[in-house]
Design a protein around this ligand. Structure first.
Ligand SMILES: NC(=O)c1ccc[n+]([C@@H]2O[C@H](COP(=O)([O-])OP(=O)(O)OC[C@H]3O[C@@H](n4cnc5c(N)ncnc54)[C@H](OP(=O)(O)O)[C@@H]3O)[C@@H](O)[C@H]2O)c1
Length: 312
């Protein structure tokens, strides 16, 4: 099932895509900027030798895996799509000459989370990216309760358990980093993805709080909130054309922004356009208007169907 960010960013559908930190990462270096080799070496010292990324076969998780591999860290990648995960891992091994361990696991289950945690604890993990997440769209009471509970199990429970288990290890070593992939739908309530957005608010709050708790122990924490991002689930649900018109970001650009912000701030909304829309709607618009506008936009794109609860 798919996951969704806030659709506020759709205000200008004909606007050209703005440059973001991901573009900057690939742009030629300007005078006065840190040598990329030095930056990568500092990254490895602080977060190496191995990073764990959940939901890494595709989408934003694969974007993280690629950008971390480019910095020279070994990887432990976890996902329930075992074949695709292995393809992603093999491509990274060949391209970057790094070790990549794969763990096939359904992280919405107790057993799946335990498998990933035990495998990770057998290595020296300096970076954890809590990325795997799921979101169901529609009227809250129309979505089966089991689907809501899977959102809690994957988005919240798996994140909590992995952070607790691997965080303790990092604490003993006195260094590391943890990225919590939230969503900008959690900046305020998000009708049509009500429970999903609420789980992402939990993740954002956890990530922000740990920024202050862990920094004096040498561990960086970042809550990263992507807006609409052109992942497979989004392409399937809204289509590539509409995703582009809505200003969807590329997964690797979202990941690059997150990696660059780690250790510098507690939270980041990915993409300058998403940041602007979040500020305008969260801080300047009456909350009731913001909520109604979000609902209309979700329905307009088809993400928020059904528009009204069905008759009993
Ligand atoms: N894409 C967006 O617009 C967007 C916006 C805001 C926030 N986010 C957040 O960003 C994160 C990544 O989103 P995405 O769109 O890149 O994800 P995605 O494309 O839907 O999924 C990425 C990978 O995670 C796997 N996965 C799903 N459920 C899993 C489970 N229970 N255990 C293990 N792996 C599982 C998926 O497998 P399957 O394909 O088999 O499900 C897929 O391989 C999520 O936390 C999401 O909430 C996304």
């Amino acid at each position: 099932m798919s996951v969704f960010g806030s659709l506020w960013l759709s205000a200008s559908t004909r606007e050209a895509r703005e440059p973001d930190a991901g573009d900057a990462a690939r742009a030629p270096r300007l005078a006065g900027q840190e040598n990329p080799r030095m930056a990568d070496s500092r990254f490895r010292e602080r977060y190496g030798p191995m990073a764990v990324v959940t939901g890494a076969a595709l989408g934003i998780g694969r974007g993280f895996a690629r950008r971390i591999a480019a910095r020279g860290l070994d990887l432990l990648l976890a996902d329930k799509e075992v074949d695709t995960l292995e393809e992603t891992a093999e491509a990274l091994r060949k391209q970057h000459d790094i070790d990549v361990v794969t763990v096939g696991a359904d992280l919405s289950t107790v057993e799946g989370v335990e498998r990933v945690a035990s495998e990770a604890l057998a290595h020296e993990v300096g970076l954890l990216v809590n990325n795997a997440g799921v979101g169901h769209t529609g009227w809250f009471t129309e979505i089966p309760l089991e689907d809501h509970l899977v959102e809690i199990d994957l988005n919240i429970r798996a994140t909590l358990v992995l952070t607790h288990r691997l965080g303790r290890d990092m604490l003993e070593r006195g260094r590391g980093g943890i990225i919590f992939v939230a969503s900008n739908s959690s900046e305020h309530g998000s009708p049509s993805v009500a429970n999903y957005a609420a789980t992402k608010a939990y993740i954002r709050m956890l990530g922000e709080a740990l920024f202050a708790e862990l920094e004096e122990h040498g561990i960086d924490s970042l809550a990263l909130s992507p807006g609409l991002t052109r992942t497979r689930s989004i392409s399937r649900s809204v289509g590539d054309e509409l995703a582009r018109k809505l200003g969807a970001m590329e997964p690797e650009d979202v990941a690059e922004e997150g990696l660059r912000a780690l250790g510098k701030r507690p939270a980041l909304i990915a993409g300058s356009r998403n940041r602007l829309h979040a500020i305008l709607t969260r801080d300047f618009m009456p909350r009731a208007s913001a909520l109604r506008r979000t609902m209309r936009r979700m329905q307009k794109t088809g993400l928020g169907k059904p528009a009204r609860p069905r008759e009993p």
